[in-house]
Design a protein around this ligand. Structure first.
Ligand SMILES: [Zn+2]
Length: 280
């Protein structure tokens, strides 16, 4: 089965190199192409992110827009432009708009929780105007933060409900199914036609950790219950959060969570529907 990975990373973030080492991922262009090739991952969308000092993530100094800086992007792989709300002057917004016009830029990424603003804060309005103008989806970090300096009240998925209601012409992707608030996310996806969710980051770590959690039915059932409750398998997207997990482990886990009759949609079709610039 061909796969599109709707959420992975390709930026020089020191914490990601450490995570990659832990799960045995070769965090380089060669490593990405090798793992992708082995698992029929024929394309994807990287979440743009940069840090100005090692260990600075979430970096208040990073300039908007944030892109990728490991290497050039392989064919069929795209990126979403990252936004630092602390850096949204007219110049930053003009640079963001230039980036959104690039053929390899497929969306916008917000890091709610890492940056201390609610997604409904008016600071983001000019960004949302650009998203609508270029008909690009806005992916929003949601749920647990990978850094203990993040604040969960800003990354709770419930905040997305109001954003969805006030911006009905904007496509929104809640990242990580809002984990662990997965039922909240399921309700928001069910309720709001313009909201989707990616299934990346439900678990990170090495093969042994995946082995243990994938043997826990209670763990898997938490996600299965949320997906069945929403019953919108046309709105959930596969994503690995690579290099925080190996593609092999992650694909295996999502296959356990998503009923087989919906694999084609979740692993491939839905990404094309949401990230309309993907041209594979
Ligand atoms: Zn991520």
């Amino acid at each position: 089965m061909k796969i599109i990975d709707a959420h992975f990373h390709y930026s020089k973030i020191s914490a990601f190199y450490k995570a990659a080492e832990l799960c045995g991922a070769d965090y380089s262009k060669a490593g990405l192409l090798k793992e992708a090739g082995e698992h029929q991952v024929i394309g994807g969308v990287c979440m743009g992110l940069t840090e100005t000092t090692g260990g600075g993530f979430p970096d208040l100094q990073a300039e908007t827009p944030m892109g990728f800086d490991i290497d050039d992007m392989p064919k069929n792989f795209y990126f979403s432009a990252g936004v630092n709300p602390e850096k949204l002057t007219d110049k930053h917004l003009a640079d963001l708009e230039d980036m959104l016009r690039r053929p390899d830029c497929a969306g916008i990424k917000l890091y709610a929780g890492y940056y201390k603003y609610y997604v409904t804060d008016k600071i983001y309005e000019p960004v949302y105007e650009l998203a609508v103008k270029y008909d690009l989806p806005v992916s929003i970090h949601s749920g647990d933060t990978y850094s203990d300096s993040g604040l969960l009240k800003y990354s709770h998925p419930l905040a997305v409900d109001e954003l969805a209601c006030t911006h009905t012409d904007m496509k929104i992707v809640i990242c990580h199914l809002g984990n662990p608030w997965v039922m909240d996310t399921a309700e928001i996806v069910y309720k709001n036609e313009n909201v989707y969710s990616d299934l990346s980051g439900l678990l990170v770590g090495d093969h042994q950790r995946f082995g243990w959690f994938c043997g826990q039915e209670l763990f898997l059932n938490m996600f299965r219950t949320a997906l069945i409750f929403a019953n919108r398998f046309d709105k959930f997207l596969y994503g690995s959060d690579w290099p925080l997990a190996s593609m092999k482990d992650y694909i295996h886990m999502i296959k356990l969570i998503v009923p087989e009759e919906h694999h084609q949609k979740v692993f491939y079709d839905n990404a094309l529907k949401v990230f309309t610039k993907i041209n594979i």
